[in-house]
Write a protein that binds this ligand. Structure first.
Ligand SMILES: Cc1cc2nc3c(=O)[nH]c(=O)nc-3n(C[C@H](O)[C@H](O)[C@H](O)COP(=O)(O)OP(=O)(O)OC[C@H]3O[C@@H](n4cnc5c(N)ncnc54)[C@H](O)[C@@H]3O)c2cc1C
Length: 291
């Protein structure tokens, strides 16, 4: 059923990168919840797999002294949801982790696989976009840092060189008054992909106005996107309900949703307006803002 030409299990990062250099057709294997589905459906055949399971450089969640949080690529969604560090810096990633798949999938699936798979429906993507996350990739030639907002190139496609591994994801330090929110709208409460996923992050300055507004959407376009018109509108304001309505309308300007068997374009447009408004409101309020 599964057609594998080779399974290589490197014991060190150096071995892994050397192997990738020599065999750029290799498919890194993390939790396998995307790769094995593709193999079973015969979209991947005669595949050369390299398991990442023995590489400690890709594991763990830590908060550095400068406030930057590093999330190892092999962090499972269960680990993400259980992390105190994540709960403090970015509670919406915890929400996203618990909203993806179901417990069995959360136990296997990794955040690195979720990003490198390139799906616009990836539950971690809107939160990582809204937080301006930076991806740290490494090949035998050296390290490369890429803002996640520049990593996706199309449906199921990312700008990862085949010789690179994603090591970890960095979340920049937050301002003292910050809040965030992830809302996933799906037909079922578990084991279902988002019809639209929306993340918002908000920072409030000393004057009480929004100093940073971020709204990111999944499934609103071929790749996850930021709603930059809405963000520009909200920045510098002490928003009221009318402003949130306007931000929801503006979020649509960045989006290009399509109809699929899951939902029509028009339904997704309504979701984008509504979720952008609600997610930003929740982020603003959790940052201490009062409407
Ligand atoms: C039943 C089911 C339900 C699901 N529900 C959801 C859901 O609700 N939400 C959601 O977002 N996803 C869902 N998924 C999709 C999947 O579980 C996620 O995308 C998951 O995060 C993939 O992680 P993984 O570790 O299993 O990746 P893998 O399958 O191991 O790899 C995925 C891709 O990333 C590459 N890769 C993995 N790690 C690295 C690395 N460190 N460096 C370079 N490349 C790497 C692999 O080569 C492959 O191309 C579901 C899948 C299943 C089977």
């Amino acid at each position: 059923m599964y057609s594998v030409s080779e399974l290589y299990i490197p014991q060190t990062l150096g071995e892994a990168l050397a192997y990738l250099s020599e065999h750029p057709d290799t498919r890194p294997l993390a939790g396998g919840t995307d790769v094995l589905v593709q193999m079973r459906a015969k979209r991947l055949e005669d595949v050369r797999l390299m398991s990442l399971e023995k590489l400690p450089e890709l594991t763990g969640i830590r908060c550095r002294e400068d406030g930057v949080v590093e999330i190892g690529a092999l962090t499972t969604f269960t680990q993400l949801a259980a992390s105190e560090t994540v709960a403090q810096r970015a509670p919406m990633l915890r929400t996203a982790a618990l909203a993806m798949g179901g417990p069995q999938i959360q136990n296997r699936a990794t955040i690195g696989g979720n990003v490198c798979n390139g799906a616009t429906s990836a539950d971690s993507a809107p939160g990582l976009f809204a937080l301006d996350a930076v991806l740290v990739l490494q090949s035998a030639a050296g390290e490369r840092r890429v803002p996640i907002t520049e990593f996706y190139s199309g449906p199921g496609r990312v700008k990862r060189d085949p010789k690179e591994l994603l090591l970890h994801i960095e979340l920049p330090a937050a301002a003292p008054r910050h809040g965030d929110c992830y809302l996933k709208f799906s037909t079922r409460k578990a084991m279902d992909l988002a019809l639209i996923g929306c993340a918002a992050a908000c920072e409030i300055g000393e004057d009480g106005a929004v100093s940073k507004a971020a709204i990111a959407l999944g499934v609103a376009a071929p790749t996850p996107i930021r709603a930059s018109e809405a963000e520009a509108f909200l920045t510098g304001r002490k928003p009221g309900l009318e402003d949130l309505e306007e931000a929801g309308r503006l979020a649509l300007q960045s989006a290009s949703p399509r109809s699929s068997w899951r939902a029509s374009k028009e339904y997704r447009e309504q979701l984008i307006r509504t979720l952008a408004k609600r997610a930003f409101r929740a982020a603003y309020e959790s940052a201490g803002g009062v409407l």
